[in-house]
Write a protein that binds this ligand. Sequence first.
Ligand SMILES: [Zn+2]
Length: 252
Amino acid sequence: MSLKIFLFNKKTLIFCFFILITSFLTTIYSLTNSFAENSPIEIIDKINNIYNSNEKIAYLTFDDGPSPNITPKILDILQEENIKASFFVIGKKVKEQPNIVKRIYEEGHFIGNHSYSHDNSLLYKSKESFLSEIQKTDIEIGKAIGIENYHSFLFRFPNGFMSNIYKSKKEEYVKYLSNINYTYIDWNALNKDSEKKYSNYELLENLKTSTRNKNVLVILMHDSKDVNDSSLVLKNSIDYLKSIGYIFKDFN
Ligand SMILES: [Zn+2]
């Protein structure tokens, strides 16, 4: 009798132990997964130290998309080259092209926030309007990629924080970003694809000039076709950067 109880207890113990281990592993797995999504501390820390590296790193960034005629071509090239990049999307365009944003996400690229309207008069109308432009964009990204409460943590000011356009407004509004766990990033290299019409040769030369003597490159390009089509020079730009020793990363 006592042996039977002992056996029963031993089985129960093993069973309980198994349940405990399983729930422990499930908790660890879900915690790891939630940390695998962007967290404000990781992203903000990474962005604040982005230029402090002795390695030659190129961060390709594409603004103003998604656009149906350009973004897929860029994604195809990045896939062929096995390179991850960062896309600063415009909320109202995300709403129009959710499938492209889903593809960006599924292929492992970083998705940052570039306001809902890209219209400075709306963006800086009031504090509420500024925050709403950012939050509405996150909501559209979340809907497109199927993640509730998506938070990109990284904003890029339309025209860049450093430009003189709406300068005093940007200096006034930048403090609101930290209220919503956001930081921002500009760039330190570009091919000038949105400035005026250039030949493909000139776009590549612009990139070469602006990347000279820099270890870390945050490169601005656009996946919209407003002035030039950067998808046409992307392969050559990547080949050039590889040939002079750069590796590629995104902000994930
Ligand atoms: Zn822009």
